[in-house]
Design a protein around this ligand. Structure first.
Ligand code: ADP
Ligand code: MG
Length: 233
């Protein structure tokens, strides 16, 4: 459960959500604007804390971690991809990716950076300044930056929201590839890409799960639990 505001002005952004996602899945969270997609992703990815209920990742109850522990957890276990890329535009590609490693206290090896850039087909841009890249190229760098942390989970909020359809396809296809080695959770309002690439779609409506659509089961379905949607008053 996630509420915003106070007694006089209360927004029930998430209501009675209960779900499990497994390693190896490509999960899409869909719904109209304001349905709670970003709130759900933020609660899953430790950016936000639920008002009620718990979030467990790899056996750790992240909704109960203290601030410092939470920052460590986030830095090491989660990779983030945003609609607006969130790169530092006056640094070059290598510097942007190196920053993610430095924040983890890891050594920066050029070979590792080249490897992740190869995976997103951007290795020839390693010394290019970010503000000289197209939107699609920036997003591929943001994906490389998320991947180099070697996180267990990659979360993306509208990763193709600012891109044309061909570039959107490329980004979803890259995320699909990543889902073989990481749990990938993507918020999108673009049904065409979600249906083409995701294994399952969580459809949100007014903060509750309206439907769990399983497209391509990759695991024992008994592992996926979801409660019956409860309608808010
Ligand atoms: P979506 O990502 O699906 O568009 P959000 O999760 O951003 O939806 O928002 C869900 C609901 O919570 C909306 O009614 C929105 O106005 C509200 N909301 C989101 N963030 C805040 C906030 N920081 N403070 C108050 N209300 C918020
Ligand atoms: Mg949103």
């Amino acid at each position: 459960v996630k509420y915003y505001g106070n007694k006089t002005s209360l927004t029930k952004a998430l209501n009675d959500i209960s779900l499990t996602v497994e390693q190896g899945e490509f999960t899409a969270i869909m719904g109209a604007s304001g349905s709670g997609k970003t709130t759900l992703l933020n609660c899953i990815s430790t950016i936000d804390r639920p008002t009620g209920g718990k979030v467990w990742i790899d056996g750790v109850c992240t909704s109960e971690l203290k601030k410092g522990e939470l920052a460590d957890f986030r830095r090491n276990r989660l990779g983030f991809i945003f609609q607006e890329f969130n790169l530092i535009s006056n640094l070059n590609v290598k510097e942007n990716i190196a920053l993610a490693l430095k924040m983890q206290g890891k050594k920066v090896a050029e070979k590792d950076i080249l490897d992740v850039l190869k995976a997103v087909d951007m290795e020839e841009f390693i010394y290019r300044r970010v503000n000289e890249l197209s939107g699609g190229q920036k997003q591929r760098i943001a994906i490389a930056r998320a991947v180099i942390k070697n996180p267990r989970i990659i979360v993306a909020d509208e990763p193709a929201g600012a891109l044309d359809s061909e570039t959107s396809n490329q980004i979803f296809s890259l995320l699909k590839d990543l889902s073989e080695t990481h749990l990938v959770i993507v918020v999108s309002h673009q049904l065409e890409y979600a249906q083409k690439y995701a294994n399952e779609i969580i459809h949100l409506k007014n903060g509750y799960v309206e439907e769990l659509e399983v497209l391509k089961p990759i695991l024992d379905l008994s592992l996926i639990h979801i409660s019956e949607p409860t309608r808010p008053e």
